[in-house]
Each structure stands twice: as C-alpha cells, then as structure tokens.
Design a protein around this ligand. Structure first.
Ligand code: UT7
Length: 333
C-alpha cells in the first residue's frame, strides 16, 4: 500500500486583528490575565463570510504550490464545528467555490481534534486508493459561536483555515506513519454548544439564554487536556521507538500555552522544537495544526524526513496523536 503524504500546505487568516486590549475595553478582564493564563496576545476575526471563505484561499495556496488545478482534486474533507450550514456540507460549498468539479467529500466533526481525526480518515482513503488528490481542510469561524459577553470564553478563540493536500507516495519513509485516537463521551458536558441541534432546537428561549454559543468548564477541561495530551504523545513515541531527540517538531493543538508547555515537558522536549502560534491566533479549533504546519513550512523550518508528532485534545472529549514524516523539501526562495 502506498503511504499518504502531505504534498502541499496552505492557510488563511482574516485581516482584522483583535489584541487583548479589545476585550479590556468592555469586559472585566486584562491583557495580563489573558497572556498569563492562555498565552494569547491577539487573534483574528472574520467580519464577513463563512468557514468556507477561510478554506478557499488556503486551498488555492495548496493548489498553486503543487501546480495543479481544482479539477485535479478528487476528494474534499472539512473538519469543523462551525459549518456554513447544517447541510449541505461545507465540503460541498468549498467544492462549488473552488470549482473542484471532480471531487466528492464530506464534513467531519471532532472539534479541536477535527484535523487529527480527519487526517487519519483521509490517509486511509489515500492508502487504499479511494482518493488520489485529497484536500484536507481544518477551519473554524469561532467568532460565529462565541459569546462575546462571556469573559471566560470570549478571549480564547479566533478564526482561521488550514488545508493540506494528501497524495499517495511510494516513498515508504515519509507520510502519515502511525496514529492513536481516543474519545470519551462522558466529557461532552464540559465543552459544548447547548442549543441549535436536534437535542435542543432553536427557540426564542434558547436565544435569550445565550445557548447558541460555546459553553466550557475551563478548569475541568484544562485538567483533562494536560493529562491526555501528554499520555497520548508518550504512547505514540513508545509505539514507534521514538526518543525526544528524534523529533523535529511537536505540533500541538493551540488551546492554551500552559497545556502545550506541560506536554513538551512530559516528552522531555525543549520548547524550541514545539510549534507555537497561539500568541497570534488564539484557539482556532480545527485550524490550529494545519495553520502551524503551513506557517512553519513557508518559513523554511520544515524539511524532508522531519519527524513530527501532531497532537490534540478537544470537545467530546476527543484526543489523539499522529506520527508524520514530512515529505516536502524546504521551499525555494
Ligand atoms: O480547545 C479545546 C479544549 N479546550 C481547552 O483545552 C481549554 C482548557 N482550559 C483552559 O485553557 C483554561 O481553563 C482557561 C484559559 C479557559 C481558564 O484558565 P484557568 O486558569 O483554568 O482559570 P479558571 O477558569 O479556573 O478561572 C480562574 C479565575 C476565576 O475567578 P475566581 O473564581 O478565581 O474568582 C474566573 O472567573 O479567573 C476568572 N476568569 C477571568 N478573569 C479575567 C475567567 N476568565 C477570565 C478573564 N479575565 N477572561
């Protein structure tokens, strides 16, 4: 079976930057609290458009990088918790906007672990031959489901899109090499959007009660995330006989700098080998990992054969880690 390799990577963030001082202007919060508790300095919010509009420019970046056209894509997977609509899928919207006329596809919902779960799903499609040029998109317009009056969540999130192109590769050394995925539905009540789904359809009351926004018991989720992120990272390292010095980059979901630091510490990895951009974008849910990959690749900080551990924890609870060896040489200037 061929490996599934990442053959292009792109991202998009909205233009409008909201520094922590924006929240200081109307909420009982401070730049100091936000920086110290989360590591976030600023984030981007899209004033217009939907999640598909965060994906399309990132997808175009991928296609241009690879030198192919939208018609060359045969499958589109979108990981998101902020789909443009309940239906049709955001994948179908992206297909139309891109003009990817030969692609089928679907959305995948696993919150902050969306990209990791979708990467494993996509890799299986590519390895089996069911897809040959698959656009894997992780994107969220979190501002659409953020309660800007709730200081405990408003300061955490941002909007962004990241896309990778997956293709079969005969090179056994590189690509998606291993994964470990978990889910525990008992954690669902600590991080969720209470209304709008079939469990609690929209009504005047749900709107009045602000139930169409993210609700999170931050401290409970934090404690679980610290344990699970470290656990699953160590598990994938052990399964593959990897020591800290073998790893070029840890690519963690960007929910909280303290969770990221704790994970790196447990691995015995210096923070110089950890991708961190939460300070500039906040938590962009399904976009955090591809956004890191794309920025690091564009900056020439990723090279062929680099060993990466991608790791995430999020609503569900869902969590997991993927071992990837990078398949692209550094971009030429
Ligand atoms: O991405 C998916 C998974 N999600 C995560 O991994 C997020 C996990 N959780 C976290 O990152 C952290 O729990 C938060 C950043 C959300 C909160 O940090 P914390 O250190 O866990 O704070 P806390 O919720 O325990 O709150 C501590 C205090 C509380 O005040 P009291 O009760 O001690 O008086 C909060 O009311 O901080 C208060 N607080 C704030 N103060 C200033 C909560 N939000 C704010 C705020 N500004 N924005």
């Amino acid at each position: 079976m061929p490996r599934a390799a990442i053959t292009a990577v792109g991202h998009y963030v909205p233009e409008d930057v909201y520094p922590n001082s924006y929240f200081e202007s109307y909420l009982d919060t401070s730049d100091e609290w936000i920086r110290e508790r989360t590591g976030i300095r600023e984030r981007r919010f899209a004033r217009n458009g939907a999640t598909s509009d965060l994906i399309v420019p990132a997808a175009r970046m991928c296609l241009e990088q690879r030198g192919i056209t939208p018609a060359d894509i045969d499958c589109i997977i979108v990981a998101t918790v902020t789909p443009d609509y309940f239906f049709p899928s955001t994948a179908a919207v992206v297909q139309r906007k891109l003009g990817a006329v030969n692609a089928w596809g679907f959305d995948l919902s696993a919150a902050c672990s969306g990209f990791i779960f979708a990467l494993v799903t996509a890799a299986k499609l590519v390895e089996s031959g069911a897809a040959k040029r698959l656009l894997l998109c992780g994107a969220d317009k979190m501002s659409a489901i953020t309660d800007f009056q709730d200081r405990s969540t408003a300061v955490l999130f941002g909007d962004a899109g990241g896309v990778v192109l997956l293709e079969p590769s005969e090179d056994e050394q590189v690509g998606v090499l291993d994964y470990v995925l978990y889910m525990n539905g008992e954690g669902g009540k600590y991080l969720y959007m209470p209304a709008g789904g079939s469990a609690k359809p929209p009504s005047l009351e749900t709107v009045k009660n602000r139930e169409h926004y993210v609700h999170q018991e931050g401290r409970t989720v934090f404690k679980e995330a610290v344990v699970r992120m470290a656990e699953v990272t160590l598990e994938i390292m052990q399964r593959n006989g990897l020591r800290a010095e073998d790893i070029a980059w840890l690519v963690p979901h960007q929910a909280n700098l303290r969770i990221i630091t704790a994970t790196a510490e447990r691995m015995g990895l210096s923070m110089e080998k950890v991708m961190v951009n939460i300070d500039r974008y906040g938590n962009t849910t399904a976009a955090t990992i591809p956004l890191c990959l794309s920025e690091w690749y564009a900056a020439g900080r990723l090279d062929y054969g680099d060993r990466l551990i991608l790791v995430s924890f999020g609503a569900g609870y869902t969590w997991g880690a993927v071992y990837v060896r990078w398949s692209l040489p550094k971009p030429k200037d």
